[in-house]
Design a binder for this molecule. Structure first.
Ligand SMILES: [Zn+2]
Length: 125
C-alpha cells in the first residue's frame, strides 16, 4: 500500500519541480510511442511514432526469401506487405499505441508499439 501511494506523489513532485526542464526534455526526447520491429525474437529496428519518421519503411528479410515490409505513416505503423501465406500481419492493420502487436508467425516477425510512458518503474526509485 505504501509503495502505491508513493508513486503518484513522486510523479507529482517531479512534474511540479520540472516544468521548465520538462519543456526542454520535450524537445530533446519527445514523449510518445516507438514502433519496435523484432525478427526471431531480436530487436532489429526502433522507429519513433511522433511523426518524424513519416513514410519510413523497414524491410525485414528472413530465411527462404521471407520478407516483411513495415511502414510508418505519421504516428502509426503497419505491415505494408509480407511474403507469408496467411497475410494475418498485413490484415492486422494500423497500430499507434501499446497493446496487441502485429505478429507474422510464418516469418517470425513481430512489430510492437512501446510507449515511453510505460514501464518506467525505475524513475520512482
Ligand atoms: Zn505475416
Amino acid at each position: 500500500m505504501g509503495k502505491k501511494l508513493l508513486i503518484p506523489a513522486g510523479i507529482a513532485v517531479a512534474a511540479a519541480a520540472g516544468c521548465a526542464a520538462a519543456i526542454a526534455l520535450w524537445k530533446m526526447a519527445p514523449e510518445g510511442e516507438v514502433a519496435c520491429v523484432y525478427q526471431d525474437g531480436k530487436e532489429i529496428a526502433r522507429i519513433p511514432l511522433d511523426g518524424s519518421a513519416d513514410g519510413q519503411t523497414v524491410v525485414v528479410q528472413g530465411e527462404n526469401g521471407a520478407e516483411n515490409i513495415v511502414e510508418v505513416s505519421g504516428k502509426r505503423v503497419f505491415m505494408q506487405s509480407a511474403s507469408c501465406p496467411d497475410q494475418l500481419c498485413v490484415k492486422a492493420g494500423w497500430k499507434d499505441r501499446p497493446g496487441s502487436p502485429i505478429v507474422c508467425l510464418p516469418n517470425k516477425v513481430v512489430v510492437t508499439v512501446e510507449g515511453e510512458k510505460h514501464g518506467t518503474d525505475a524513475e520512482v526509485n
